[in-house]
Design a binder for this molecule. Structure first.
Ligand SMILES: Cc1ncc(COP(=O)(O)O)c(C=O)c1O
Length: 411
């Protein structure tokens, strides 16, 4: 913090608001310069950098846009973007082939809020259920179970990050009278593994007296939906999904979309939970947050409207092509690396410290990854591989082959 506020530009007293005069433009400029300077070597976290959202900020950046309450009910006044929010939700739902008469959703503040909204609905419907999630699931799931007061069961993940279905079935069979809420992941955080929702649905049908299947699709939801590989049609058995908006769409403010099948919002006796009408906001209170970011909905809408499904499919295929190239380049210098065939994420043995000091990767012990999000370039990958090769130069490549372990699992 001190570094940001007192760095290269002289900003005496900037950290001490209220005491000394602050050079406000210089502080803002310094923040932007710092982020720009780090952008080239920042390849470990999945935010697309190829889309330009500035038109939205140019038109709408001067006022508060508050999409308070349920997306279907417009608040008083005109300073909201709910029409755009409804269009975004409909586009995502249609891309996922969700039945039009059995869906509800809204633009969230991110993947975590989407998971919370979906698991809150599931737990309200199945209060005695246990919630099953894999050891590769995102850390938000445990936190959410604490918030909603649900009990969780951790299911093993395979070394490549995908759920161990035999273990899931065994865990559900141990509790034959309890409904099961299962959290599948479409794009686990470290390896971008995708859990097989058809297998999970079949396990639920065979062994659970009811329940809910939620998909945490923060990263891979849109790419897999555009492929036609992830769908929430009536036969899918999937009840809800949460997607991040700042990952694939690169929206410059954290956001996301949650979708829940209408029937999965019923409480035990068949009543539906459409929230209370709040008189002074003139909206229904169905969302986790009350006030919600109308700019985020507008930026998502802009990203979708300006590129369409074909444009986004092209972005997906270019990103995958670069990920495949990255595996080739790393393998060619004898550095163990792999990826799932659909993935933007490349997983590899953790590089030496001097490489990690320069390059912002995501590292968990012996395993690191980089993510070839749309906008990452071949030039960046080439520079990273060159640095890695130079850092390990004295060691002959043959000694580095199969350095492992570089598969990823957590128990
Ligand atoms: C699988 C998965 N779920 C959920 C999230 C949480 O998303 P957010 O940070 O938008 O809340 C992430 C973020 O990296 C993720 O990888």
């Amino acid at each position: 913090m001190t570094d940001i506020l007192t760095g290269a530009v002289p900003l005496a007293g900037a950290a001490d608001l209220g005491r000394d005069p602050v050079d406000v433009p210089a502080v803002l400029r310094r923040l932007a310069e710092r982020a720009d300077a780090g952008a080239h070597t920042s390849i470990g976290f999945p935010g697309a950098v190829d889309l330009d959202h500035s038109a939205v900020l140019a038109h709408l950046g001067r006022r508060l846009w508050n999409n308070i309450g349920d997306p279907a009910t417009d608040p008083g006044g005109a300073a909201h973007t709910k029409a755009l929010e409804r269009a975004v939700v409909a586009w995502v739902a249609e891309t996922l082939a969700m039945p039009a008469d059995d869906r509800w959703g809204y633009v969230t503040s991110g993947g975590t809020e989407g998971n919370l909204a979906a698991l809150h609905a599931a737990h309200r419907r199945w209060p005695n259920a246990r919630v099953y999630f894999s050891s590769a699931a995102h850390y938000s799931i445990r936190k959410i179970l604490g918030i909603i007061g649900a009990r969780g069961i951790v299911v093993h993940a395979r070394p490549d990050g995908e759920m161990d279905y035999t273990h899931l079935a065994a865990q559900i069979r141990r509790r034959p009278t309890r409904p099961a809420i299962v959290v599948a992941t479409a794009g686990t955080t470290m390896t971008e593994a995708v859990d097989d929702t058809a297998r999970i649905r079949d396990i639920l049908t065979a062994h659970s007296p009811g329940g809910h299947l939620h998909v945490d699709a923060a990263l891979s939801g849109i790419p897999l939906a555009l492929d036609g590989r992830l769908h929430l049609d009536a036969g899918s058995g999937i009840d809800s999904i949460a997607i991040s908006g700042h990952k694939f769409f690169g929206v410059p403010s954290p956001c996301g979309v949650v979708l829940i099948r209408e029937h999965a919002r019923e409480i035990g006796d068949g009543r539906r939970t459409h929230g209370r009408h709040i008189a002074y906001t003139a909206t229904r209170d169905t969302t986790i947050s009350g006030s919600r970011c109308g700019l985020a909905a507008a930026m998502l809408w802009h990203a979708i409207a300006t590129h369409g499904r074909e444009g986004h499919r092209w972005r997906v295929s270019e990103a995958r092509r670069l990920a495949a190239y990255t595996v080739e380049r790393l393998t060619a210098i004898g550095w163990p690396a792999w990826r799932h065939p659909h993935a933007f994420t490349v997983v590899f043995a953790t590089p030496p410290g001097q490489v990690r000091e320069k390059w912002l990767l995501a590292t968990d012990g012996p395993v690191s990854h980089l993510v070839c999000m749309p906008g990452v370039t071949r030039g960046q990958i080439d520079a990273f591989v060159t640095d890695l090769a130079a850092a390990t130069e004295p060691e002959p490549p043959s000694a580095r082959v199969n350095r492992g372990p570089f598969l990823y699992t957590r128990r």
